[in-house]
Design a protein around this ligand. Structure first.
Ligand SMILES: *Cc1c(COP(=O)(O)O)cnc(C)c1O
Length: 377
């Protein structure tokens, strides 16, 4: 067995997870989706917030089901006592069928091989496993194309041990607000499901969208919506801020571990990508790209120290980042650093960090590695 040491003090860089904010966000989203069910998408370590604690909190806050992308995440939730439906929103291999059945996870199915594999194990274990048919309406990632579904259902719908509880698709262009494309995909989905229904292939739960659909398109909520990033306090698009206000759940904090003064013309960090022009006070923050703090933030990102917004200078290394604290009065080692969150009336959000690194919020928050301790408040 792997042993976990108990220490008297921990590495100073921590992610504070505000469970009250999470609860508030889910409550607001539930109000928006009204009668449709809410599947809380908590894939990728709950977008970096911690699978088990967030899973428990989501159920407490009224999520009817949870969504993950790996069997490992689903099994972890089951082993920790979560008993609501858990959807695997990604594709899995036929070899994983026995774990899907054992943990009673709801698989997304669009291959005959996988349907047969789950059916076989389910029959052996005398269980009926709920599955959802995945349709591809234009994302072209995975799923059956509309012209393939009828022959698929003819082979798979009656397989023993399977309960075709739902059918779904995932849109390609909602966050960009491309409603023309989205409506085409939605209509294709509805037409396909209607055709299947007329052929005797019925699916009780139809669902098509995540956060953006939950926030902007009540006409597309159908039986269930699947918000992810919004649960954690971020609207996928700025235009949605007028419809719903959400609160960021994660704050990222650290403490300065070293402060020093450097004379003019001193190269700083790997490759000397930053050179001081004047005398500068430089501080070390114990976080790096090894923690998931992107190297793309080198010479670009900012942090809050002593109520001031300070610049990252030089190239971020695996474990350390350097900041220019010349303008922070009385700055000392041990001083608090805010990498995400509020300080002195200023705030750095995951949206800011995403802009600086040329990415999206999802990558910022879900990228933080296990080494950053999650503290629940
Ligand atoms: C990730 C994901 C979601 C959640 O998307 P958000 O934009 O984060 O709300 C919903 N459905 C599927 C199939 C997904 O993969």
């Amino acid at each position: 067995m792997l042993q976990t040491p108990t220490l008297s003090a921990y590495h100073p860089t921590t992610a504070e997870i505000d469970l009250a904010a999470f609860n508030e966000n889910i409550t607001k989203l539930k109000k928006l989706v009204k009668k449709s069910m809410l599947l809380a998408v908590i894939k990728t370590n709950a977008y970096g917030h911690g699978t088990v604690r967030i899973g428990e909190e989501a159920v407490k806050a009224g999520a009817e089901s949870l969504g993950v992308t790996t069997v490992e995440e689903g099994a972890l939730l089951r082993e920790n006592g979560i008993d609501v439906p858990i959807h695997i929103l990604s594709s899995i291999t036929p070899e994983q069928a026995s774990d899907v059945v054992r943990y009673e996870l709801t698989a997304s199915v669009f291959s005959i091989r996988l349907a047969k594999a789950i059916s076989e194990v389910a029959v052996k274990q005398r269980k009926t496993i709920p599955v959802h048919l995945k349709l591809d309406t234009g994302l072209h990632r995975f799923g059956l194309e509309p012209h393939e579904v009828l022959s698929f259902c003819e082979v798979c719908y009656e397989l023993p041990g399977l309960w075709w509880e739902g059918v779904y698709t995932h849109f390609s262009s909602v966050d960009e607000g491309d409603w023309e494309t989205t409506e085409r995909q939605f209509n294709l989905f509805i037409d396909t499901v209607t055709m299947l229904d007329e052929q005797g292939f019925n699916f009780a739960i139809r669902h098509v969208g995540g956060s953006t659909i939950a926030i902007e398109r009540p006409d597309m909520h159908l039986d269930m919506v699947r918000p992810g990033v919004a649960l954690f306090g971020y609207q996928p698009a700025a235009r949605q801020r007028d419809i719903i206000s959400l609160k960021p759940v994660m704050a990222l904090k650290s403490n300065l571990i070293y402060v020093r003064e450097l004379p003019p013309n001193t190269p700083v960090g790997y490759g000397g990508s930053y050179v001081t022009r004047t005398t500068k006070k430089i501080a070390v923050v114990p976080i790096g790209h090894g923690d998931g703090y992107s190297r793309a933030l080198s010479n670009k990102g900012k942090m809050l120290i002593g109520g001031k917004r300070v610049k990252i200078i030089g190239t971020i290394s695996l474990d350390q980042t350097l900041v220019d604290v010349t303008d922070v009065p009385d700055v000392t080692e041990g001083e608090e650093v805010i990498l995400l969150g509020e300080q002195g009336g200023d705030e750095i959000t995951a949206e800011d960090v995403a802009d600086w690194m040329g990415s999206i919020v999802d990558e910022v928050v879900s990228g933080f590695t296990e080494r950053i301790r999650r503290v629940y408040v």
